[in-house]
Design a binder for this molecule. Structure first.
Ligand SMILES: Nc1ncnc2c1ncn2[C@@H]1O[C@H](COP(=O)(O)OP(=O)(O)OP(=O)(O)O)[C@@H](O)[C@H]1O
Ligand SMILES: [Mg+2]
Length: 257
């Protein structure tokens, strides 16, 4: 396999980004969190998943979220992009309390967040390129996306698959396409839910490299994963914090990971 395709570094990324999105650098302490959960509780029906949960994602930070299946990792991510509303507590997106935000304000905030979903669904009748462009197409910004698409496809190593239909893609290709679709809008935050589920180790490493590159370009990254080997590999490349969701509590994992 070839080495990971690149976006070509910071200068290229700045062209891909809407203006003014790259001002944050890792290590800025005490700035405004891009996403913040304060004393958040969440459950479905009568069943409580977690309570009193605090989380603060600073610009340029890198977090892993781990924990057993069913602990609520996907649910927590959904709270972070206001797909779900918390049953208790405050969820702040870019300094605004989601409880006081109308639908338009939530939609605007969500455009600043790129999400790689656990199931990475695509529209199967549309070629890959169209699927990746979709977030900009629906936002009326398709032309902007078309300019940057070749570069983005090269970065995720899918230049030759632009015309393929999603059912023709391998698992690793789907995961990389999902990442490309998540970042085409130039988001400040990337939330990735098991982005390396069902792919082999080489491909997992490749995905990880892409996420680390995004982080180095200033984005906050939060990755939900079961894969402790991946977390260990990441720690050699980036100052990642590891959070563990277990039995309704979110704890910072120790160095023993
Ligand atoms: N829409 C829903 N309605 C009812 N229960 C739900 C809903 N979504 C999730 N749950 C339940 O909430 C719990 C947490 O689900 P969630 O998907 O957040 O876990 P997870 O940590 O992401 O698990 P996995 O590692 O398997 O992806 C599970 O018991 C799940 O069945
Ligand atoms: Mg999940």
């Amino acid at each position: 396999m070839q080495g990971p395709a690149r976006w070509g570094g910071r200068a290229t990324a700045a062209r891909i980004e809407p203006a003014g999105r790259l001002r944050h650098k890792e290590g800025q302490a005490g700035g405004q969190a891009v996403i913040e959960l304060r004393q958040v509780g969440m459950g479905y029906g009568g069943r409580r998943l977690f309570a009193g949960l605090d989380l603060s994602l600073q610009p340029g930070s890198f977090h892993f979220l781990t924990g057993p299946s069913g602990a609520g990792k996907t649910t927590l991510l959904k709270l972070c992009y206001a797909e779900l509303r918390a049953t208790e507590g405050q969820v702040m997106l870019f300094g605004q309390d989601t409880r006081s935000m109308g639908r338009d304000a939530v939609a605007l905030a969500r455009r600043r967040i790129g999400v790689v979903h656990q199931d990475c669904q695509f529209l199967d009748h549309l070629p890959l390129a169209e699927n990746i462009l979709l977030p900009l197409t629906v936002a009326g910004r398709r032309a902007e996306g078309e300019v940057h698409l070749p570069e983005l496809l090269a970065w995720v190593g899918l230049s030759r698959r632009a015309d393929a239909l999603p059912p023709e893609l391998s698992g690793g290709e789907r995961q990389r396409a999902a990442l490309a679709r998540a970042v085409i809008t130039g988001p400040e935050v990337i939330l990735a839910d098991e982005p390396t589920g069902n792919i082999d180790w080489d491909m997992s490493q490749r995905l990880l490299t892409l996420l680390v590159e995004l982080n180095r370009m200033g984005r906050a990254v939060l990755v939900a994963t079961h894969d402790l080997t991946l977390i260990r590999a990441a720690k050699a490349q980036v100052a990642a914090r590891v959070l563990r969701l277990r039995e309704g509590r979110l704890l910072q994992a120790g160095a023993d990971l």
